[in-house]
Design a binder for this molecule. Structure first.
Ligand SMILES: Cc1cc2nc3c(=O)[nH]c(=O)nc-3n(C[C@H](O)[C@H](O)[C@H](O)COP(=O)(O)OP(=O)(O)OC[C@H]3O[C@@H](n4cnc5c(N)ncnc54)[C@H](O)[C@@H]3O)c2cc1C
Length: 399
């Protein structure tokens, strides 16, 4: 394992810090600070994307030919780490980190030329239509039908839990175009404009009061066959390719380090309580261990190794630690940790609301219960942690 950065990588880190100092305004930092979910304020995140795009850094992993940063694996980690430490609002992953790579890997030249620039500018804002009411962890039996009618598909069915469907203007969907012996066959990866006639979006409101997820109903929606990515009936190949990005693409430790520091600040004199201080110290050790694991995975990837199970390990450790930190934050918030004050923030929505005069206690403390409630979803989405454990058991232990 190589923990020390090369002189070239240190220079890159300094360049990123200088950019963040110049471009990350107080308002944008606020959007990162007051997040109650994993998403920042929608408008602020788009503004941050525009600034990154102007520097050629909106899509660190994409090739330069398509407007990306073409960063090395190490540079991507450095970039992500510096952005997290500076408190930048994260960009929504569905376009840049999911649909973009799917198009780069499996799209036609026309599709790349049309969609990739619009993803970078934010003109096209994407959501992901995989899950259905009866297809989640076991996704292959999905039922949303797409019946061929000339040069169009006619799509009917429903997608559920769709993050950002309320603000997105495009959705990439897995749809059923054929029936074969194996349910993985006969699925097509299809791009659908959200303003198509027959698309209805219904909100799913979280226990924390936020509206980020949705259920979408498709009623005989006509979509050009030209919007299929990859071969018709072979969308599972595209979907699997994309899931690798969803599960393996991010480092958790930098963001967790920042949150732990905030918990210490919020706790104030509670840090003198030996029991609480010991639990914060234990959490610090767990975050440090995860950081070392992430460095190790990074070193392996930088040397061209296959990610293997590291994406699953990072997902489990990262989300479970994140949930633990929301519990410590509740304690640090003291009595305010017991109050439900949804006006303190609306994650993924306008969380740059001015400080509500009716809010009880400091805002950091007021959002602690909302973060706690929202973070319960971390072990479910992007492949539940039970499914990640199955992957590890199969790949590593041969079970
Ligand atoms: C906040 C949030 C955002 C989401 N955003 C999106 C989105 O944008 N787009 C999208 O398509 N989907 C999205 N999802 C859906 C998400 O991918 C699914 O919830 C997830 O895959 C689990 O599927 P399910 O909800 O149908 O639960 P199920 O698959 O029914 O699972 C129920 C429980 O059983 C466990 N389980 C299932 N199978 C096994 C097994 N073989 N072994 C052991 N345990 C098992 C699961 O771990 C879980 O605890 C989102 C979900 C949440 C909560």
């Amino acid at each position: 394992m190589e923990l020390a950065l090369s002189a070239e990588d240190r220079a890159f880190a300094a360049e990123v810090r200088a950019f963040l100092d110049a471009e990350l305004t107080e308002e944008l930092r606020d959007a990162g600070r007051w997040m109650t979910s994993v998403y920042g304020d929608h408008e602020a995140s788009l503004e941050w994307q525009r600034r990154l795009h102007a520097r050629g850094w909106a899509a660190p992993a994409w090739p330069r030919q398509w407007g990306g940063g073409e960063f090395s694996v190490t540079q991507r980690y450095i970039f992500q780490r510096e952005c997290a430490l500076a408190g930048a609002p994260p960009l929504s992953p569905m376009g840049i980190a999911m649909c973009g790579p799917a198009l780069l890997g499996h799209g036609s030249e026309e599709q790349k030329a049309h969609f990739l620039p619009r993803i970078l500018t934010g003109e096209h804002f994407w959501c992901q239509g995989y899950s259905e009411p009866h297809a989640g962890s076991d996704l292959a039996p999905l039922k949303m039908r797409a019946v061929r009618d000339g040069d169009h598909f006619v799509c009917t069915g429903t997608k559920i839990w769709t993050t950002h469907a309320n603000v997105a203007n495009w959705i990439f969907c897995l749809v059923r175009t054929g029936q074969f012996d194996r349910p993985q066959l006969g699925i097509t990866f299809l791009l659908i404009p959200m303003d198509s006639p027959g698309v209805t979006v219904q909100p799913i409101v979280m226990t924390s009061g936020e509206h980020i997820q949705n259920q979408i109903f498709f009623d005989e929606v006509r979509v050009p066959v030209a919007n299929a990515v990859g071969a018709i009936d072979d969308g599972w190949t595209v979907a699997k390719y994309l899931l690798e990005f969803e599960r393996g693409g991010s480092a958790y430790a930098p963001g967790l380090q920042v949150r732990l520091e905030r918990i210490r600040e919020m706790a104030g004199s509670l840090m003198e309580d030996p029991g609480f201080a010991a639990r914060v110290a234990e959490a610090q050790i767990r975050v440090d261990v995860l950081e070392v694991y992430e460095f190790r995975a990074l070193t392996a990837a930088a040397r061209g190794g296959r990610p293997g199970i590291s994406g699953s390990v990072m997902k489990i450790l990262g989300t479970e630690l994140s949930q633990h930190l929301t519990e410590l934050a509740l304690e640090a918030a003291g009595p305010y940790g017991l109050a439900f004050q949804p006006a303190a923030g609306a994650a993924g929505g306008p969380n740059l609301i001015p400080h509500d005069p009716g809010l009880k206690g400091p805002r950091e403390a007021a959002i602690a219960p909302l973060k706690y409630l929202n973070d319960r979803a971390g072990s479910i989405y992007a492949g539940s942690n039970e499914i990640q454990r199955n992957i590890i058991a199969k790949a590593q232990l041969g079970l």
